[in-house]
Write a new protein. Structure first.
Length: 385
């Protein structure tokens, strides 16, 4: 069975991921569900060995031997690019491939809040895109880099593992560095970037204290730094970043983080009501005086969600529940799905039923209509994220 033929079939059914494992036919994640390749037989060891020969070069063969897994990107002729993870399970090889769209989609194509365009054009500071695996973080970051590329003349350096989306220079100079080929670690690449006259630095993931510390330093010294964290929302993101530091440094880091954070964009993909794919629910935090106070003062960090909710009309911020409410009102998601994804299901259910609750102040600005000019509209539609 040919690897490229399998990938082509996956693209034909609009799969987002392809899974290859012995004793199972190729499996595709299409519109959120796992489905087998129609008419395919179970894969054998010889099939997986053939796939490895096509995917791995010497560097990634060594990585698989040493780490028992390997991360890479693969360009399939006629099918485009895929992010690949090769790993061992029960002594056998398995492969997971993520489809990388052939072109970088714009922020508006992705139906992200328009305020994200403004966030991408900040001159300095730290921007974090967060969410679980598969929530679209890399796609959002690529769209933000693309927006800078077509609107500003800046030097952009990306540090990725592996490089997923490739960017052609427009108004910007873009240098893309891959871990293992162009630099050893995220922290090494980030330290090197500070000596390469960057305006914008994209770090694929803030995996460890050294990378987080260097990213904050870069943002503090006048660069715009974009990165990701595997956190669910803005409040957890702030807590995770600060807790990565030793106890005796955390008060100081709170103050620095409060001053450098420009935006936190948190994403979840939820099932569409019509069953045709997924739709993004997006929480957006911007740096306002109240937000900075909530980050700087530990006892007030729990107020971040309320600060976001109250800043909808004025600043274009929105909570997950406000985003879910907009999607539900547009009939893009069902009531059951909205409730299952809501941060505060009880208050959300009361709001749907039109019953006032003690936290209804969160919805006051949201219910007054459209947010401020240049910020997120209350509702948006999307076919596939």
């Amino acid at each position: 069975m040919e690897l490229d033929a399998i990938l082509g079939h996956g693209l034909a059914i609009q799969a987002s991921d392809v899974h290859l494992k012995i004793e199972r036919p190729p499996m595709f994640r299409a519109h959120g569900r796992l489905v087998p390749m129609e008419g395919a037989t179970a894969l054998g060891r010889e099939d997986l060995s053939g796939f490895l020969a096509r995917l791995l070069d010497e560097h990634h063969e060594a990585q698989l031997r040493e780490r028992l897994q390997a991360d890479l990107a693969y360009a399939s002729p006629g099918n485009g690019r895929f992010r690949v993870n090769v790993f061992r399970q029960r002594g056998e090889i398995s492969i997971a491939l993520r489809v990388i769209p052939p072109q970088v989609r714009t922020i508006r194509d992705l139906k992200l809040p328009p305020i994200v365009e403004q966030i991408a054009l900040e001159h300095r500071g730290l921007i974090l895109v967060t969410g679980t695996t598969g929530s679209g973080k890399s796609t959002t970051l690529a769209s933000m880099i693309h927006h800078v590329n077509i609107t500003r003349d800046r030097h952009i350096i990306t540090i990725e593992d592996p490089i997923e989306y490739t960017h052609a220079d427009e108004l910007c100079i873009i240098n893309q560095r891959e871990i293992g080929y162009d630099c050893r670690t995220f922290a090494d690449g980030l330290r090197g970037a500070l000596r390469q006259d960057p305006d914008v630095i994209l770090v694929g993931e803030m995996r460890d204290l050294e990378t987080i510390e260097t990213a904050i330093l870069a943002a503090e010294t006048g660069h715009l730094v974009m990165s990701t964290l595997h956190t669910l929302d803005a409040r957890e993101t702030v807590t995770r970043a600060i807790s990565a530091f030793p106890e005796h440094q955390r008060d100081q880091i709170r103050l620095i983080l409060a001053s450098v954070i420009k935006g936190i964009i948190s994403q979840r993909l939820v099932k569409r009501a019509d069953g045709k794919g997924m739709v993004p629910a997006v929480e957006v935090l911007l740096s306002t005086a109240l937000v900075r106070e909530c980050i700087a003062q530990k006892e007030r960090t729990h107020e971040l969600t309320d600060a976001i909710a109250r800043g909808h009309a004025t600043y274009g911020m929105q909570t997950f529940d406000q985003s879910l409410m907009a999607l539900f009102r547009e009939d893009l998601i069902t009531y059951e799905e909205a409730l299952a994804q809501a941060t505060n299901p009880d208050d959300f259910a009361l709001k749907i039923r039109g019953i006032a609750s003690t936290s209804d102040a969160r919805w006051d600005q949201f219910d007054k209509g459209e947010p401020a000019e240049g910020s997120q509209g209350a509702a948006f539609k999307i076919d596939r994220f």
